[in-house]
Design a protein around this ligand. Sequence first.
Ligand code: NAI
Ligand code: MG
Length: 369
Amino acid sequence: MASYKLLLLPGDGIGVEVMAEVERVIDWFNRRGAVSFETESDLVGGAAYDAHGQSISDETMRRADEADAIIFGAVGGPKWDSVPYDVRPEAGLLRLRKDLKLFANLRPAVCYKALAQSSSLKTELVEGLDILILRELTGGVYFGEPKEITELGNGQKRAVDTQVYETYEIDRIARVAFELSRARQSRVTSAEKHNVMKSGVLWKEVVTQTHKDGFEDVTLDHMLADALGMQLVRRPKQFDVILTDNLFGDILSDVAAMLTGSLGMLPSASLGAPDGQTGRRKALYEPVHGSAPDIAGQGKANPLAMIASFGMALRYSFDRGAEADLVEHAVSAVLDEGYRTGDIMADGCRLVGTQEMGEAVVKAMDRLA
Ligand code: NAI
Ligand code: MG
């Protein structure tokens, strides 16, 4: 039986609570599945800072590097607001992304049938929605140099951010988009602003070239990023995979997320380049939400985003599509049965806590397997 090594990094606040529920799902596979996992837990974020003064230790980084996948909760909280900038809780997550070169950020926006009514859009626009936003995560305007504010000496200041992309960065993220789309509807929409940005011109050119290089079975469209934003709220179901840069991806993925309901429902994955020998990508899976200090420690957090993030690990790190489907179907089933945590509560539904929701998912897996 295939066995994989998972590094669990619960972090802070509700990160710890939702991780306990994903462990229930992992245990289920260890008991029942055709795949098994060896897990190791470690500290990150504020919890790591409290223990040893760093938001992630070198030893934890070594374990992260060795693991087949990292399952990450959330970091941060008011307790650490005044710690030094370079050891703040978020620095632990940024170091993982940077040192492991996790350049491809996958943000699915899936609208579960039972939650379609709570979308800010009309039910028929979002019911059955299943899109994947692929955001370039390690380049672009958030990292480009120069990046500075200078005094001009006349009482004015000048701020500069620089959008930089090189061919290889666009090519490698485009490859991920085309590959992922093949397990879906084989349609990719690439978004940039080639009408006003040189980086957009290069983006479009490289994506077009990469498409010709072995991906012509996939349908490729180009759309200006602002127009895509409009289409995303007008007729979201027209999209399958959306490929875009770091800045546009940040904004568009948050817009897409809100089409589907609560933060507590949204998973994500961050992938690196395939290993030369094994072909396996370094990968980190985490819910989109943060540590939710307002509800931490109360057993109220919705664990479904965390559980769905593990579902993504099954799909993207371990090539276990059937097992990933099982996790997704179990999440869908508990919603159909009316189980709701506070963040997604609706009339006539049954209010449950974090643990009860996790237990319900595992029971649904028992039934559906
Ligand atoms: P947040 O995502 O933690 O919470 C925003 C709101 O959504 C809160 O009202 C919270 O109760 C609710 N919420 C979030 N996840 C939920 C869940 N699973 N179930 C039920 N309700 C949920 O964002 P916020 O409040 O801006 O940040 C809190 C802390 O988390 C900050 O320290 C921030 O820096 C950190 N953060 C960490 C992230 C990460 O680890 N990747 C991402 C975002 C924020
Ligand atoms: Mg954002």
